[in-house]
Design a protein around this ligand. Sequence first.
Ligand code: SF4
Length: 260
Amino acid sequence: MPIRFIKVKAKNIFTKTKLPGCKWVINQYVGCQFSCRYCYAKFLCKWKNYDKWGSWVEIKINAVEKVKDKYVDGFVFMSSVSDPYQPIEKKLCLTRKILENMNKKVKIGIQSKSSLLLRDVDVFKKFKTIEVGLTINGFDGKLKHEIEPYSPPHKKRLNALKVLKEEKIKNYAFISPVIPGLVDVEKIIMETKGFVDKYWIEILNLKASGYEFVEWLKSNFPESYNILVNKEKMNKFIKNILKFSNKNKIVIEDLILHKL
Ligand code: SF4
């Protein structure tokens, strides 16, 4: 898909957030080339009057200057409405430059779907408090093509988690979006528990995934949709995940269930 890159200047680079466990977010990019069909950030298209989600990316060209030596107290999350290691990052190295110039006492969490983040392991190691996560969900084949067409393959994400562990960087797996019947949480836990420090589990944010995605889910996977919208079925589904997690003695930082 042709991508429009839009250069913008930001007033600030650290933005206050209500995301669980965080005080600040950094979005050096707004918009995302990975173009996941269910992405909750697609509301930005309307808000900013841009085309289809995945067809544009804003680049904050003054982000490095804004971050330089600035200290913020509280946990910083990178990023909430973009992926810091989407393809354009390979060319621009904006995420890397931001990290290089950031005060290393800042407590930071970085999350991506891309193994490109391994390029910056040397910079990660300079931070006193850092955790680096990979979003994983195991989508494969036709299903991946339909809902997460441009993201890196599952195996590469698993390998990135393994390398982070070997490099002694605190890592986590963000299992998301969990869609009953389409994402095998138990399988992912078994595949990763030997090299992942902790887990976050997020059930699909159905409301924010948008009309088109909800209609697609309803007609292609009605049983998955029925579980997501039925309180009793969802509670049972979550109970089973937690039971399995306890049995396998893994650390779950949080299980996120969005309001319908
Ligand atoms: S990688 Fe994340 S930010 Fe990018 S489109 Fe997918 S869900 Fe949205």
